[in-house]
Design a protein around this ligand. Structure first.
Ligand code: ADP
Length: 491
């Protein structure tokens, strides 16, 4: 009988389940939207019970749609939105507060208390002191739910990121564990010892008894008893880490960029962590057996969202896809630059006070130029991050593996290839996050023998190679740098 791997991808706005066959093809899918809660300005929360119900729903739906049962499933992989924090009662399994979502700024004030310790925190965790990561979110709940701190100290409460929460529920409360990639996003994990760090726990005043056990990404986490005693959860990984794996970035220097609302870039740096001085994050890429692989991570805040702005803000296009049609009406952006720093600039500028800008307009400028310049801006911003990665990790990035909604845009992909002088590979399966965790699960269950077998399954759908003359690229890049400088001057 042909078996499938069941991937669960629990994201910020939705939960998905996909059944992958042995060839790594996504055969059946189910999807549930989630209701994001915004109880106060800057707060973003989710109902943990709704998350769990959505997981049960998508599993049932995908099996029913596929006309399969758990007997057809080889193993389960869980990938998830990272950093999002849930605390629940050890006995009843009931959450004591909503899930605080990674984007939420509600614990910013708590982070501000630790600003003087930022170097110490960076040296241990590879991260920045920022409300994105779980530590300040845990403290927020411990400080704001009456009695929570005392109960946590007595061991009555458990903390988990979303992987841990789903695992706990699927195993009927028997397993309280997280995978190492998710642990590496908490601000409590030491990337050198690869374990919870007692000094960080003391600093944030978080009782160790509430933390899950850390395990490899590819590992037998036990049976998903809620559904079946025989099907085991064989992998867990944060979404970006799973995508890196799903893109087959197995070697140091292998790099992927996900072009979604924002852009998320990760590069495999091998078995030693590289600490960044320019704001990149050091993170665990994955652990298989005893081998821990590290990655550097950078992001662009406004990626595909800049195209949404063309559509919903400027209203000069009706759909995201139309940005390409408009851009193709002109040969060149003709000196027009869009800097979509609507919420500030990230790597390597780190300037949160800047706002967006438009430069180089003439009477001949049309909406086509603005569309083209907006697509180019997504590529320029990604290049800025890639350049820092090359420098700090001392590696060549000559191939860019891409996924995410905006990779449908050929103008954007070609321009990215042109300015980075890199080959761009767009895979046939764009659901690289789910695929990555399916591979990790299959590696542990024996569905796949080794990485070579997986690498053979990886199918590239489209390749872009640099076409633009080097002199023109240089001129455009100089223009972009000027646009950035001018934008920063206007504050
Ligand atoms: P997320 O997972 O962040 O929601 P997706 O991977 O679904 O993002 O991608 C959605 C983003 O991609 C949107 O910001 C949208 O504007 C952009 N996008 C989708 N199609 C295109 C296209 N053809 N050209 C440019 N941008 C696109």
């Amino acid at each position: 009988m042909h078996k499938y791997i069941l991937s669960i991808d629990q994201g910020t706005t939705s939960t998905r389940a996909i059944l992958f066959n042995k060839k790594g093809e996504a055969r059946y899918r189910a999807f549930r939207e989630l209701t994001c809660l915004f109880p106060k300005e800057g707060y973003v929360e989710l109902d943990p019970v709704q998350i769990w119900i959505s997981v049960v729903d998508v599993i049932n739906e995908v099996l029913i749609t596929a006309n399969k049962t758990m007997a057809d499933i080889d193993s389960i992989g869980i990938t998830n939105q990272r950093e999002t924090t849930i605390i629940w009662d050890r006995l009843t399994g009931k959450p004591i507060y909503n899930a605080i979502v990674w984007q939420s700024r509600q614990s910013q004030e708590i982070c501000d208390r630790f600003i003087e310790k930022k170097e110490f925190i960076h040296e241990r965790t590879g991260l920045l002191i920022n409300s994105y990561f779980s530590a300040s979110k845990i403290r927020f709940i411990l400080e704001n739910v009456p009695g929570a701190m005392e109960r946590a100290k007595k061991g009555e409460l458990l903390f988990g990121t979303v992987d841990t929460w789903i695992l706990y529920r699927l195993t009927l409360g028997k397993v309280h564990a997280t995978d190492i990639t998710n642990a590496s996003r908490t601000l409590l994990f030491n990337i050198f010892t690869k374990d919870w760090d007692d000094e960080l726990l003391a600093l944030f005043d978080i009782p160790k008894v509430m933390l899950p056990t850390i395990k490899p990404s590819s590992y037998d986490y036990g049976p998903a008893s809620y559904f079946s005693e025989t099907v085991h959860i064989q992998a867990m990984a944060g979404d970006q880490h799973a995508a890196l794996f799903g893109q087959n970035c197995f070697k140091p220097g292998d790099f992927k960029n996900t072009y979604g609302t924002g852009c998320f870039m990760l590069v495999n740096t091998g078995t030693k962590p590289v600490l960044s001085k320019k704001g990149l994050l050091t993170t665990i890429a994955w652990q298989i057996g005893d081998e821990v692989v590290y990655a550097l991570e950078g992001s662009v805040f406004v990626g595909g969202a800049a195209v949404q702005w063309l559509r919903d803000g400027l209203k000069i296009i009706d759909s995201a896809a139309e940005s390409e049609i408009e851009a193709l009406k002109v040969k060149d952006s003709d000196g027009v630059y869009v800097v979509p720093s609507f919420v500030g600039l990230g790597t390597p500028y780190w300037d949160s006070d800047v706002r967006g800008a438009l430069f180089g307009l003439t009477r001949a400028s049309t909406k086509s130029h603005i569309c083209r310049a907006t697509l180019e801006a997504i590529a320029f911003q990604s290049k800025d991050v890639i350049d820092v990665m090359k420098e700090e990790a001392n590696i060549a990035i000559d191939t860019i593996r891409v996924d995410g909604g905006a990779t449908a845009n050929n103008v954007l992909m070609q321009f990215q290839s042109d300015i980075c002088r890199a080959t761009i590979l767009r895979p046939a399966c764009l659901e690289t996050t789910s695929l990555g965790v399916a591979y990790l699960a299959g590696l542990h269950s024996g569905f796949y023998n080794d990485l070579n077998e997986i690498a053979k399954l990886h199918t590239i759908e489209k390749i872009y190679k640099p076409k633009m003359a080097k002199a023109k690229v240089d001129k455009k890049c100089v223009g972009w740098q000027k646009a950035i400088m001018a934008t920063r001057a206007f504050k």
